[in-house]
Every structure is written in C-alpha cells, then in structure tokens.
Design a protein around this ligand. Structure first.
Ligand SMILES: Nc1ncnc2c1ncn2[C@@H]1O[C@H](COP(=O)(O)OP(=O)(O)OP(=O)(O)O)[C@@H](O)[C@H]1O
Ligand SMILES: [Mg+2]
Length: 368
C-alpha cells in the first residue's frame, strides 16, 4: 500500500533520492507554510519551518493568494514564496508541494479484479467519461484504494482517479522556479494529510482540515483515502462573523477569536454564539460527506473518529465542540509525533501541529 501512494506524483518524475533534505511547501489561500525536513537519528527531523501569513487578506475578504483559478495571483504567490524562502534560508532547493483538494477532480471507479496492466488499459480507455475536462488538458493519476465482493461473489476493486488541469501543474512549476526552488513532486493535499495524520492506521477516520477560506473533508479507511468533500466555510468565515457581530475591525476580531476560542461561558458566551453557526455549517457538511460516502461507496464502514487540522483547528474548544456534534472521538492533528525536532520547537508544537500538517505530510513521502 505504501508503494502505491509513494508513486503518486503528478509530475511523473522519478523519485529523487540524492538530496537528503526536502522542503514541504503548502500554499494555502492566505498563508504559505514550509517545513524543511532531513533524516534525524531515528525519525525524519524537522530542521526549520516558516509560516507566512498574509494578514492583509483579513481586510480584503474577497481576495486570497490561492483561489480556484490561481491565475490572477500567480505573481503574488511567487513573490510571497520568495519572501518565505529568503526568511527561512533553507539548505536545499528541492521542494514538494500540494494542490488544494478543490483544484483536483477525484472519483472512485470500480473494476473487476484484473492485472495492473489491464487495469491501466481499462482506465485509459474509459477515461473520457470519468473526467470533466478534455483529456489532453489534464494530468491523471490513480491508485487502488480498496476491494470488495459483490452480491454474486465477484471480487471488485476500487480505484481512486485523480485528475488535475495541466495548466495548474505548469503554474506550480513556474511559481517554484521563480522562487528559486525545484519542484520535485506535486500531489493532492488529501494525500499529504493522510500520510501526516493517519498513516497505515486502518480505522475509518475523518480528516477535517480547517483552512482559512475552506475546509477539506477526507474519509480514510484501511490506510487509504476513500472519499473527500469540502465546505466553503473556514477560519476566515468565523473571523468575519465576529467582526460584524461585535462591530469591530477584522484584525481585532481575529485576535479575539484566537484569544477566547469557542465554548466559553459567562462573558465569552456571546462570542461563542457568534462563532457556533459557522462551526455547525462545517459539521453539517462533514455529515453530508459521510452520507454521500455511504450511498456512493459500496462496503463503506462507519466512521469511528475525527482528526482536525489546519490553522482553524487551533480554535480553543473546537475539538470538544466537534466531538459532541459528530458523536465520535475527535482529536487535534499531531503530525510532529512522527518527527524529531529541536527542543526550541516544543513550546510551539501544539499550534504547529495543525498548521504544518500538509507540509509535514509532504516531507514524509520522502522519508517513509
Ligand atoms: N489560535 C487560533 N484560533 C483560531 N483560529 C486560528 C488560530 N490560529 C489560526 N487560526 C485560523 O486558521 C486559519 C488559517 O489556517 P491555514 O493556514 O490552515 O489556512 P490556509 O491553508 O491558508 O487556507 P486554506 O487551507 O483554506 O487554503 C485562519 O482563518 C486563522 O484565523
Ligand atoms: Mg490549507
């Protein structure tokens, strides 16, 4: 199974083993997060990191450094990435990057049991009917994510098909080369999250990555991705709600949100009631994704737990709130447990865990 997801690289280039240090680069809608990772004594080692938040985006509610088109912002992203690299002074230029879930089209296909070669043929033969764009314009990858027996006893295999617009891949290559980095691999964010937060654990799990402008929802089971979806609500929606609810400026609202969190009583109760509807919107999307998973994926299992990540998961009280609404154990992401890191990082580890999930997951692809 490991081999399967290691081989997923939308650039199609052969895995580079020469450079022992990699940068996992997560370009979010309002921030760039980079983890520099090399081999430690026993585990991969986080050597350096950078979180570059675009605070100005709070004031420009309708723009973001990453959008579904990315077109308008290519130069801005390249500029910010350059700034991040200059601050960080990494010892490598080898970069691994992820694409947001919304920029990739994924679907699960079912095929009878057959050899890998025949499967390749079957997929490329039928590909036109599965993807929403002309075939020459997309980069395609696929992996086996499961198998089951139908009512007649025939063994069927489930294939996760991933397609990304060619233009999107080229854009990333341009952005990285402008920042002086070599893009060694590109994969969809959900794979990075899977590696960082679930690994081989077979437990049916929700990964809920709460970013700024959206929340990615991924269902994993048997150590692979089974299903995914997305909510258009994220940390920024909560900040905006606090700002307009209390009639304060967005920068102050952001501070207040981070200071107080959700679920408070007494003087913090009002603040909580402003935030809750947005958490509820994310939760109801999570439930909808689960319902779709159940109805669309044969042999689906009951989801037993949730892991929350992304900057939005740092909202104090969020796990508790999600746990009681979803009715399953809910924990905060802890990808740093798979790494060695300098002692100076320890006091920040709790917060970094959520922010760096994608970047650390990217780096792990080269170290496991
Ligand atoms: N301590 C905190 N409490 C509450 N929210 C927080 C805290 N720290 C960060 N956030 C929120 O996290 C969000 C940013 O998270 P993240 O960096 O994961 O987003 P992103 O990757 O840029 O966005 P996306 O994944 O949507 O592209 C912001 O909305 C911010 O308000
Ligand atoms: Mg993100």
């Amino acid at each position: 199974m490991d081999d399967i997801f290691k081989s997923i690289n939308l650039l199609g280039s052969i895995k580079q083993k020469i450079a022992p240090v990699y940068l996992g680069v997560d370009i979010g809608t309002t921030s760039i997060k980079i983890a520099e990772v090399g081999q430690g004594e026993n585990l991969p080692q986080l050597m350096n990191y950078c979180i570059l938040e675009d605070k100005g985006s709070l004031l420009r509610a309708n723009t973001a450094i990453q959008t579904s088109s990315l077109k308008l912002f290519e130069n801005e992203v390249a500029r910010l990435l350059k700034v991040a690299v200059e601050q960080m002074k990494p010892m490598t230029t080898e970069a691994l990057a992820s694409l947001p879930v919304f920029s990739a089209f994924t679907t699960i296909l079912t095929f009878p049991e057959m050899s890998k070669k025949d499967l390749e043929k079957a997929i490329s033969f039928g590909i036109k009917q599965y993807i929403p764009m002309p075939v020459p314009e997309v980069v395609i990858d696929w992996m086996k994510v499961g198998e089951y027996r139908d009512e007649k006893g025939f063994l069927l295999q489930q294939i996760l098909l991933i397609s990304v617009p060619q233009e999107q891949v080229k854009k990333y290559q341009r952005i990285f080369s402008e920042a002086g980095l070599r893009l060694a691999a590109l994969e969809i964010e959900s794979l990075s999250l899977l590696r960082a937060l679930v690994g081989n654990d077979p437990t049916p799990t929700f990964i809920i990555d709460i970013g700024s402008r959206s929340t990615a929802i991924v269902i994993t089971e048997g150590g692979t991705i089974r299903f995914s979806g997305q909510s258009d609500f994220g940390g920024a929606s909560i900040t905006q709600a606090v700002s307009s609810g209390l009639n304060i400026n967005p920068l102050r609202a952001e501070e207040l949100k981070r200071e107080r969190g959700v679920g408070g009583t007494g003087p913090n109760y009002e603040l909580s009631t402003i935030m809750m509807p947005f958490l509820d919107a994310i939760i109801s999307e999570v439930k909808r994704v689960e319902a779709n998973y159940k109805s669309q994926v044969p042999n689906s299992k009951k989801i037993e737990r949730a892991v929350v990540s992304g900057g939005g998961a740092n909202l104090a009280g969020l796990e508790k709130y999600f746990e009681s609404s979803l009715g399953i154990p809910t924990v905060k992401a802890a990808p740093l447990s798979k790494f060695e890191y300098p002692a100076a990082v320890e006091p920040l580890a709790k917060e970094l865990n959520s922010f760096l999930s994608v970047s650390l997951g990217l780096a792990l692809r080269e170290f496991t």
